[in-house]
Design a protein around this ligand. Structure first.
Ligand code: HEC
Length: 442
């Protein structure tokens, strides 16, 4: 039609013939003519007994770049000819921000570009308008009538989008009189597809005890949350670089007080790290980063000591007899034999968070030699009785792992006996559910 009407003098003629598709900028959106189709069609907007609706069969959310169907449904029992114009705008620029791409699916609609109303592609990603064709007016068809087309949202998350529509429920007299004009709009928000990691509010815990009450440099920390690791595995030899502990596993890394922690285990809901060496104390922030993003920070307290024993099952200590067989009540664990400790016997316990040793061991590598704790500052009780500690310190070829050779007090009776270690006045947790050694007296 444009080519047949060369020259500015022809423009007034272009303004007519609206049953074959109106001008652009008539949807009622910001930046469009406020009167919408009532600029020519008699009557006041939305003042009749019908309505126009924007229907999204896939819901009012969008996934970037994923095409979805849009329906414009016009209802008006008095009328019999139908037309509409719709535009998709970015909420960040409602007047001029084209949101994605509109496409026809049948002959009832057509797409025009902002400005002269030319066909797609629209220059400079200008605003698009989808509207009825002459055939789409379906003269003589009773209410309701639906127009269908496709909307492909922006290829990236551009925030909320609003669809604006103006519709004409017309009487079919071939003139802009006696018609009913309706407008409406519908906001569409990006679907919640964020896979950004999230640390639970109390999810930064002492490695072996899961206590949320603070962590210690060079000690084990267990982090609970969601969308943490994208894989599930522990570190392996190939993750170590030049003898240094890995600071990331499969793209999962953890910062404690702005310093990279050493990642020993990654999974979507739990991450185990060795905290880095750090001279700071008090409140510090912990953040998890994975290929999808970085979590919001969660606070914890960095303290000198946070002693805790490793357990088999969160309740019973991970303990061995001196012959390396496991200590525990019978059938404590599937498929391995466990036997109770006897009063007077030495057992081996394992812990984390007991603080500096002699010599001091750097946190960034596996411990290279036995490093002793000052045993004069360490007390261990079993079942409330003081227990002799023959050795306590970091052991080689592990990271942050303290071993204790502890004599089960001779006077103990049979049963589950609570084990508590106190170093420099700070004690390991003792609750109804942790931490016990099963003792069987002869
Ligand atoms: C610039 C003036 C003007 C505007 C704005 C306008 N129209 Fe029209 N429209 C007309 C004229 C003139 C006619 C009658 C001539 C024809 O049918 O082409 C008409 C006819 C129609 C008809 C057929 C009416 C019937 O009863 O047979 C439909 C449907 C229609 N327009 C839809 C729309 C829609 C939808 C809008 C708003 C998005 C709109 N028009 C905006 C001038 C306009």
């Amino acid at each position: 039609m444009i080519s047949a009407l060369a020259g500015a003098a022809a423009m007034p003629i272009v303004l007519y013939g609206f049953s074959s598709g109106p001008l652009v900028r008539l949807t009622g959106a910001p930046g469009d003519s406020p009167g919408a189709c009532t600029d020519c069609h008699s009557g006041t907007l939305n003042s009749f007994g019908g309505k126009v609706e924007i229907l999204l069969p896939n819901g009012t959310t969008y996934s970037p770049g994923v095409t979805q169907r849009v329906q414009v449904k016009i209802t008006d029992a008095e009328q019999k000819r139908w037309g509409f114009e719709l535009s998709a705008r970015l909420n960040s620029d409602l007047a001029n921000g084209q949101a994605g791409d509109l496409n026809t699916v049948d002959g009832n609609t057509q797409v025009k570009c902002d400005g002269a109303g030319g066909p797609k592609p629209c220059a400079n990603n200008g605003v698009q308008f989808i509207e009825h064709t002459s055939a789409g007016t379906r003269n003589g068809t009773p209410s309701p009538v639906t127009f269908e087309f496709d909307w492909t949202p922006p290829p990236t998350d551009q925030g909320p989008v609003t669809l604006y529509v103006a519709a004409n429920a017309a009487n079919g007299n071939g003139a802009p009189t006696g018609d009913h004009i309706y407008t409406t709009n519908l906001m569409v928000t990006p679907a919640a597809t964020s896979t950004k990691p999230v640390i639970n509010t109390t999810g930064v815990t002492n490695g072996p005890t899961y206590s949320p009450d603070g962590i210690t440099p060079a000690a084990w920390v267990t982090i609970f949350g969601s969308n943490l690791g994208t894989t599930t595995r522990g570190w392996q030899t190939s993750d170590f670089v030049n003898g240094k502990l890995p600071t990331s596993l499969d793209g999962l890394s953890v910062m404690i007080d702005g310093k990279p922690a050493y990642v020993a285990f990654t999974s979507p809901t739990q991450v185990n790290v060795l905290a880095p060496d750090d001279a700071n104390r008090g409140s510090v922030q912990v953040q998890v980063t994975n290929p999808q993003g970085t979590s919001d920070p969660v606070s914890t307290t960095l303290q000198d000591l946070a002693p805790g024993f490793f357990t088999f099952d969160t309740k019973y200590l991970a303990a061995t007899h001196l012959d390396s067989t496991l200590v525990g009540k019978p059938n404590l664990l599937p498929s391995v034999t466990t036997t109770p400790a006897a009063p007077g016997e030495f057992v081996v316990l394992y812990g984390s968070g007991f603080g500096p040793t002699d010599p001091v061991m750097p946190a960034d590598q596996l411990v290279t030699a036995v490093a002793n704790l000052d045993l004069t500052k360490l007390q261990v009780t079993v079942g409330g009785l003081p227990a002799e500690v023959q050795f306590g310190g970091l052991i080689p070829n592990y990271a942050g792992l303290y071993q204790f050779n502890v004599k089960v007090p001779a006077g103990l009776t049979s049963g589950d006996q609570a084990v508590v270690a106190t170093i420099n006045g700070v004690s390991s947790p003792k609750t109804d559910t942790c931490c016990f050694l099963t003792v069987a007296a002869p």
